[in-house]
Design a binder for this molecule. Structure first.
Ligand code: DUC
Ligand code: ZN
Ligand code: ZN
Ligand code: ZN
Length: 485
């Protein structure tokens, strides 16, 4: 079965050119002029881009006393509707001692319903010999090379610095990448308790309890710990200048550190929490919270200058009823917002449409960069012969107003409600199968396959202080440390 995408402009992270794309089965077999196939998709006036990769989603995740409401079926359907053809979900072992392999079994079961390809990151939610041992199996046998650590959610998912340091060293040894949710969980817990004691129990308390400093401090700490452990570091949901500044500095110092802002933080601000009705604000409660215009500008500049590498969603959707678990206590509002269907159109509209980003940069930020970081490039993340035919045919003239009533996600609202977007998929293909055909959804439950990702070899220790740390130490005289030690 062959399909040809005719008369479009191919856009990769490198360049754009006019050509047809011929697909046989799952893969791209030819790129050139005048190609023929059994099925023809007309891409006149459109860009032909690698499908989006969303490296940060939580589908059917047990969290804060409930489960996130989009599962692998509705979540990947939403992604495909918006031009995303691969998602990476976080496998979260129960911190009460569940092993990594047991947790993976649960994630394997849930993910069989995926409409598009997917992979997992592994979360390290507690530390012990079992975790140390199983990490090797996770990397070598299961093809998962990324390990996430929560520096927040005290008493639940949070790990301590000594655990993080031990885990980071192990990840480095195995050729993996450490990831962090960077927020100082101790400070958040203290501020939350104080706010509640003062009677500030509404959703705006959530924003007050997580100021930019808690994120900047944790991002800095994670960078320094990663440096000492000799492991590359990926910081998820970077929302503020303080964390961005730490990432910029680290990168300038030659450290392998990447930052991932979310489309929500780029386009929605803290006014969503203040002087709003309870439901409106609670539906937007996520961690980190939305920030002010100064922070948003910093994030955009990071994308434009290359100090921030990837735009994701942290898609973690809860219904209004679920959000209402937190009436009277904002710390019980399930944290999370949706975005899978809207990431690509919102970034195109607010990035390319405003002249901040070129189409090539858009491709890099939504697909190519993360495929390279996660080690699934060029199978994913580009348009080239031999690559999987995960493709979005993007119509820059197609417009809509985002509204919950026509979305794929299973929840009853949309945080982007009323936003006008220009730039939408005409066709989305997942490994050669047309999943979106001119507005019509033709997804196939179970079509998605797990994407294995090999560790990075040789293990990357290109970190600034690594050599200093391992160099012979200066001799101590009469118990007084030599200066500089
Ligand atoms: N933040 C959220 O808002 N939801 C899921 C987990 C997270 O870190
Ligand atoms: Zn997080
Ligand atoms: Zn600017
Ligand atoms: Zn997350």
């Amino acid at each position: 079965m062959s399909t040809v995408i005719k008369s479009g402009t191919i856009v990769t992270a490198d360049m754009s050119w006019k050509a047809d794309v011929l697909i046989e089965g799952d893969v791209i077999v030819e790129i050139g002029e005048g190609l023929k196939g059994e099925t023809e998709l007309d891409a006149t006036g459109c860009y032909v881009m690698p499908g989006g990769i969303d490296p940060h989603v939580h589908l059917e995740m047990p969290f804060m006393g409930t489960y996130s409401s989009d599962d692998f079926e509705s979540g990947t359907r939403a992604g495909l509707a918006g031009g995303t053809t691969m998602v990476v979900d976080f496998c979260l072992p129960n911190p009460d001692g569940q092993g990594l392999l047991d947790a993976l079994q649960m994630w394997d079961n849930k993910s069989t319903r995926a409409n598009c390809d997917y992979s997992f990151h592994m979360a390290v939610t507690w530390w012990g010999e079992q975790i140390f041992d199983e990490m090797q199996t996770v990397v070598r046998d299961r093809g998962i090379n990324t390990f996430k650590h929560f520096m927040a959610y005290k008493g639940a998912l949070m790990v301590q610095d000594d655990e993080m340091f031990a885990s980071f060293q192990r990840v480095g040894e195995l050729g993996g990448i450490a990831m962090v949710h960077a927020e100082n969980g101790d400070v958040v817990a203290d501020l939350s308790a104080r706010l509640l004691a003062e009677g500030n129990n509404g959703p705006e308390g959530h924003a007050y309890s997580r100021p930019p400093q808690v994120e900047g401090e944790a991002a800095n700490r994670a960078i320094m710990i990663a440096d000492m452990a000799g492991v590359p570091l990926y910081i998820v949901h970077v929302s503020c200048e303080e964390a961005h500044e730490a990432i910029r500095r680290a990168r300038q110092q030659g450290k392998r550190v990447w930052g991932e802002p979310l489309i929500q933080h780029l386009t929605l601000d803290e006014s969503e929490y203040f002087n709003q009705d309870w439901d409106h604000a609670a539906r937007r409660v996520m961690s980190p919270p939305f920030r002010n215009a100064k922070h948003q500008e910093s994030l955009w500049h990071g994308l434009m200058s290359g100090s921030l590498s990837v735009v994701a969603t942290d898609h973690c959707a809860f219904t209004t009823d679920q959000k209402r678990y937190g009436v009277g206590d904002f710390t019980k509002i399930p944290n999370g917002t949706g975005g899978l269907e809207d990431r690509m159109p919102m970034l195109w509209t607010n990035g390319v449409g405003t002249g901040r980003l070129t189409p090539e940069e858009f491709v890099a930020l939504t697909s190519t960069n993360i495929a390279k970081i996660l080690n699934c490039y060029p199978r994913k993340g580009t348009i080239r012969v031999g690559s999987d035919a995960d493709i979005v045919v993007w119509d820059p003239e197609k417009e809509k107003t985002i509204t919950a009533s026509s979305q794929q996600s299973a929840i009853d609202y949309n945080v982007f409600e009323g936003q006008h977007v220009k730039g939408l998929p005409r066709f989305t293909l997942t490994r050669g199968k047309v999943a979106v055909h001119d507005g019509e959804i033709r997804t196939e439950e179970g079509h998605g396959k797990f994407v294995k990702r090999a560790p990075n070899t040789p293990v990357n220790k290109a970190l600034s202080t690594w050599k200093e740390l391992t160099a012979p130490r200066p001799v101590k005289r009469s118990g007084i440390p030599a200066s500089g030690v």
